[in-house]
Design a protein around this ligand. Sequence first.
Ligand code: URA
Length: 214
Amino acid sequence: MTEQRVNCVSHPLIDHHLALLRGAATSSSDFRRSAKMLATLLAFSATHDLTTEETLVRTPLTETRGKILAQRVGLVPVLRAGLLMVDPLLDLIPAAEVWHLGIFRDESTAQPVHYYDKLPADRPVDAALILDPMLATGGTVTMVVDRLRAWGVPSITICLLLSAPEGIEAVRRHCPDVAVYTCAVDERLNDLKYIVPGLGDAGDRGFNTVRTDS
Ligand code: URA
């Protein structure tokens, strides 16, 4: 059995932005900014295995050898919270393709419901980075892994900001060969399947749709 590659990325800047992200008083725009910072910091590790090829570079002074990315990289944000992580990844990998998948969690059953998918039938990317800020039960992300495998993607990496142990365990059982990068693993899920201590609903907080009337 392949060992699960779960990487909890540790850095003082990650601690700093995670504390801001968790804070209930953090505004939606500050939440988005910290989510972007975290995605950038996480990407540094999560893209470690991308392959490069040599190229000849003409500097203002001479010619030298450089390396450029050699793979077709696909960013796969899970709508809608995954959108918060797209721009920082595109800044780092401007040639990346963005393939959106829409999966929402049925609040009554906590089961993932697949509602948007425009992946083509052929020509899979070489490496896919799944972007989803929150790993709760693992139902959504394992569904995405299955979909990418069915497309034929050879290398899949899951990029998360916050994870629950239950989700990590679900991924470990479902796809032990897939690399997982997260900024933190929290204590547990509550009865509503929210991560505790967590940060609340990442999509609502990032897109300023938190309901205050209930
Ligand atoms: N999704 C969220 O946005 N928050 C959680 O705590 C769990 C899933």
